[in-house]
Design a protein around this ligand. Structure first.
Ligand code: NAD
Length: 385
């Protein structure tokens, strides 16, 4: 009997209620077809609504202990966040920033966000076809503006609103970048490039460092660390561009990019740009990875504008759980698990290239469940042939 793998599911807010069950459906199909011996815990309620409903006692379901988060082989979660809480920084640290807390808690320093134009999908960029766009953003995940600041003791005390007579006089946010934080994520990016096929434009393995060095101190540290790490990888081209220039070049010539490594907040922003380039946020998958733990979550948020309508595209989260299985397979030296993870990517491409089943974000009229069912069908069909 193969060893058992335990995966913890967390639901989240908004469209999470529609897309999480589809990810579970796909995991169960893979379990059956590949005999993976998966145990899925939950998925448990999690996020802003749960926090409000539990009268702000906890964002965590009582079944989920701190130990459990460390013990499981992997985690997947739906997006969290309610628009009505967006303006309250204190609440956001407790609720909206839950994914950030989980990233810091488990030290998941690399957020891997592929941007790939898939068969049958139209990019808003004119004339681009599948194969023209295929890069990965590696976002530093535990530092910079969006990190859980308490990890750097005292920083949160420096950041804040300074008020007189109830009126904000000024607001301050401090960001931190450390040599260790820069080095490990940059090394991750080079290792990733080493195992990829290079940029679509010329087949060259390339890692692009993008931030605002020379102006911001933390970014200058990031760039200097990149210079040092790149010397260890002479076969991989080290490329540089300021973050504003990257935003321009990614639209004008996305085929130039292979792996792009960047500090936390820039990574957050350009990931949505990448979501648009690849045709929809509904295809934007992601994996938060560290040395020992990982959790899958789509790049996007809870999409309140379409929540409850059964039209959210579940492929973002389905692709993310595929990435998680591949990561687990690599870590646990389990080829079967790795193959199952890879199969998710192929099944999604098959569904998209046929073009019969697709949600409105991709120009179709299918429901969230119909897309999940179509992926399951492709997985089962591949196994029976
Ligand atoms: P969003 O990413 O939720 O939505 C942006 C746009 O993309 C919307 O038009 C939405 O309809 C569309 N979209 C997103 N996912 C889609 C899918 N699967 N299928 C089809 N269309 C999809 O961004 P927002 O509206 O700025 O944020 C909404 C909430 O999400 C906020 O409360 C925010 O804090 C939260 N958020 C959470 C995370 C996370 O949990 N990791 C990430 C980003 C935002």
């Amino acid at each position: 009997m193969a060893r058992k793998y335990t995966i913890l599911g967390l639901i989240g807010d908004g469209i999470a209620h529609e897309i999480v069950p589809e990810a579970v459906k796909v995991l169960r199909a893979l379990d059956e077809v590949y005999n993976l011996n998966l145990e899925i815990l939950g998925p448990y309620p999690f996020g802003a609504k749960y926090w409000l409903e539990s009268r702000r006692k906890s964002s965590w379901h009582p079944e989920i202990t701190r130990e459990l988060i460390y013990e499981v082989d992997g985690i997947f979660k739906g997006p969290v966040g309610l628009p009505e809480l967006l303006e309250d920084v204190k609440l956001n640290y407790e609720v909206g920033f839950l994914p950030v807390n989980l990233r810091s808690e488990l030290d998941l320093y690399a957020n891997i966000r592929p941007c790939k134009l898939r068969p049958g999908v139209k990019s808003p960029l004119n004339g681009k076809k599948p194969g023209d766009i295929d890069f990965v953003i590696v976002r530093e995940n535990t530092e910079h503006c969006l990190a859980e600041a308490t990890h750097f003791g005292g920083i949160r005390d420096i950041s804040g609103y300074f008020e007189r007579a109830g009126k904000i006089e000024f607001a301050a946010d401090v960001y931190v970048q450390t040599p260790k934080g820069c080095k490990r994520v940059i090394e991750y990016a080079f290792e990733l490039a080493y195992n990829r096929n290079g940029a679509p434009i010329d087949g060259r393995k390339r890692v692009t460092c993008t931030c605002k060095w020379g102006l911001l101190r933390g970014d200058t540290l990031f760039k200097r660390t990149f210079d040092e790490v790149s010397l260890k990888y002479p076969d991989i081209e080290a490329d540089y561009t300021w973050i504003d220039g990257w935003a321009y070049r990614a639209i004008m010539k996305p085929e130039f990019y292979d792996v792009v490594v960047t500090p936390n907040q820039y990574g957050d922003i350009i990931s949505d740009l990448a979501g648009a380039i690849q045709g929809s946020m509904g295809l934007a998958a992601a994996l938060n990875a560290g040395d020992d733990h990982a959790f899958a979550e789509a790049t996007h948020g809870s999409a309140p504008d379409i929540a409850g309508k059964n039209i959210a595209n579940p492929l973002s989260l389905i692709l993310s759980v595929g990435m998680l299985l591949e990561w687990m397979g690599e870590k646990r030296k389990d080829k079967n698990l790795k193959a199952a993870g890879r199969q998710v990517d192929r099944a999604v491409d098959l569904v998209l290239s046929e073009g019969k089943v697709r949600t409105p974000d991709l120009g179709g009229s299918s429901t969230t469940q119909q897309v999940g069912d179509a992926v399951v069908e492709k997985i089962k069909f591949a196994a029976s042939n």
